[in-house]
Design a protein around this ligand. Structure first.
Ligand SMILES: C[S@@+](CC[C@H](N)C(=O)[O-])C[C@H]1O[C@@H](n2cnc3c(N)ncnc32)[C@H](O)[C@@H]1O
Length: 441
């Protein structure tokens, strides 16, 4: 019987059998960003889709020789790159969202002169106070208008505009990152957890200028704690499904990453308050073209159902190189499609699943090119169950990795997930897991 035809229990059993590496010193938090909240620099940006910096520390500390360069194809808010730099290890990251690239770059520039930066902050506050009567309301993006009170919103926009007049890229990035955090902390409702939650009010909203100043000062004092000031990471605004000509073949000897999960999380939605505010996007169409289309297909908002054709899909390189897996995927495809008919939303999770695995095939192909022979890749991944149909995502990706030339893989479960949905009638009650997939190059 092939993988896709196994029951969930059988797959779980196989995962236990594949256990050959101990992550037991970690609790279930390794796949979440909880640890990062208390760690300097890692906590400079609130990113719910991140993982723990302790995962990088653990993998590197367990290695016999310190790696020369770490590859991170989904750099996110830069956890891998920052953790590597703290350990004086080189790293190369791809991230396709401009907003995230700016955040990562700011987190990696540690040669910031505190006194100069404080002068820039004074300059910003002086400009704002001396232009108190200015009316800039025609600049506001409508999405932000009901997320902030009038004075806060105006100060946020003035900070944004005056930061861009500083004329020093490194300091502008640093202060833009402080402003990004201020957007979270001054909002009336939580934003990006993962989406805007208007049903909840934040008690401590407002005061953009006070919050911006104290965040920036805290960031400056965090820089006093870093072990050195050398920049050791390269960040590319690049789509990891494609070959990045700026990264040489075999130049990395370790990969640590967490790809998007097959769980319908729309990163374009998660970042839209920030990307609208920083003028990267302006509306839904912009988010689709400038953000979603550059990402691994992880949500039904990334494509048009009508553009998908199964017969055509079976002719692509991914399908041809994975004939056995395709049999399993087509079975799952039909099962999800038939369940979708009885569901209110009728979401095309069957199409999403096909796009997701094809995209990850290309990511793994590029990962194999970048990694040196004999090295390993560690991927934190979650399994999925769209409309209650279990997809052993981690195992499927292990098989796809083999089809692009990785020598083998093992899977280690780090936690169970999905329990909280049991009480909701429209959700499945299947037990899902979060795993580490280890690939051998
Ligand atoms: C799960 S998050 C990674 C979290 C990251 N490890 C951290 O702790 O910050 C996935 C990230 O991958 C990015 N991404 C998705 N598809 C991508 C692609 N094709 N190329 C590059 N980055 C991509 C998303 O923008 C998102 O920031």
């Amino acid at each position: 019987m092939f993988l896709g035809a196994r029951s969930h229990d059988e797959v779980e059993e196989r995962i236990d059998v594949a256990y050959n590496y101990s992550f037991s010193m970690f609790d279930a938090n390794i796949g979440s960003a909880k640890d990062n909240v208390k760690s300097a620099i890692h906590n400079w940006y609130r990113f719910t889709a991140g993982f723990s910096y302790k995962f990088i520390d653990f993998v590197v500390d367990e290695m016999e020789c310190k790696p020369h360069c770490i590859y991170e194809p989904f750099a996110g808010c830069g956890t891998t790159l920052v953790a590597a730099q703290k350990k004086r290890i080189h790293s190369i990251g791809n991230e396709s969202q401009q907003l995230m690239c700016d955040i990562i770059n700011a987190k990696l520039n540690w040669d910031i002169d505190s006194e100069l930066c404080k002068k820039y902050i004074d300059y910003l506050l002086n400009e704002i106070h001396s232009n108190a009567d200015i009316d800039i309301s025609d600049e506001y993006n409508p999405l932000l208008c009901d997320l902030y009170d009038a004075e806060t919103l105006k100060n946020l926009y003035l900070l944004r505009d005056y930061i861009s007049t500083i004329g020093n890229d490194k300091y502008e990035l640093f202060l833009k990152l402080a402003l990004s955090q201020t957007l979270h902390k001054a909002a009336l409702h939580p934003i990006a957890v993962p989406y805007i939650v208007r049903s909840k009010n934040l008690v401590n909203s407002g005061d953009a200028l006070g919050k911006f100043t104290s965040i920036a000062y805290q960031m400056l004092s965090d820089l006093d704690t870093v072990p050195h000031h050398e920049r050791m990471a390269e960040v590319h605004k690049a789509d990891s499904r494609n070959m990045n000509p700026e990264i040489e073949n075999g130049c990395c000897d370790l990969c640590i990453t967490s790809p998007p999960y097959l769980n319908n999380l729309d990163y374009g939605e998660v970042s839209k308050v920030h990307s609208h505010f920083f003028k990267i996007t302006n509306d839904w169409r912009d988010i689709t073209e400038k953000v979603r289309h550059q990402l691994v297909t992880g949500a039904t908002t990334h494509y048009k159902d009508a553009d998908f054709n199964l017969e055509g899909f079976m002719e692509n390189e991914f399908s041809k190189k994975n004939p056995k897996l395709m049999e399993a995927l087509v079975e799952k495809f039909e099962e999800i499609r038939s369940k979708a008919k009885d569901r209110k939303g009728k979401k095309s999770f069957h199409i999403l699943m096909m796009h997701y695995f094809e995209d990850m095939f290309h990511v793994l192909m590029e990962m194999k090119r970048v990694l040196k022979r004999g090295s390993k890749a560690y991927l934190i991944l979650g399994d999925s169950a769209p409309y209650g149909v279990y997809i052993p995502t981690t195992e499927f990706l292990g098989e796809i990795a083999k089809s692009v030339g990785f020598r083998g893989y093992s899977i280690t479960k780090i936690r169970d997930r999905g329990h909280k949905w049991k009480s909701l009638s429209q959700r499945h009650s299947m037990e899902l897991s979060e795993n580490v997939l280890v690939l051998n190059r």
